[in-house]
Design a protein around this ligand. Structure first.
Ligand code: SF4
Length: 88
């Protein structure tokens, strides 16, 4: 499985298709829609309800993009294979 790096302030991973997902945990307000839009990619951790990446390859990239779009505080950043920011 692709490696996920989670610290106090971020959870990030690069998918096997090259897209990079970063969750800004300082921004995250534990609202949860990301884990509904892409349930196999994001999970809310028990300690504080913030969204961490469980499996960056769990959902297709469209679902991951949808998860980023529905985050009310734009805490999910997506970059393409060239490091170009796709969202937000
Ligand atoms: S939608 Fe945004 S604020 Fe809500 S849990 Fe996911 S990352 Fe956090």
């Amino acid at each position: 499985m692709t490696k996920v790096t989670t610290t106090d302030s971020t959870s990030e991973a690069t998918r096997s298709d090259g897209f990079k997902i970063t969750v800004d945990l300082d921004q995250c307000i534990s609202a949860g829609p990301c884990s509904i839009a892409a349930p196999l990619t994001f999970m809310l951790r028990d300690s504080d309800g913030k969204a961490i990446i469980s499996d960056p390859d769990g959902d297709d990239i469209e679902k991951v993009m949808e998860a980023a779009r529905c985050c009310p505080v734009l805490a999910i950043m997506i970059k393409d294979q060239n490091g170009k920011k796709l969202f937000p």
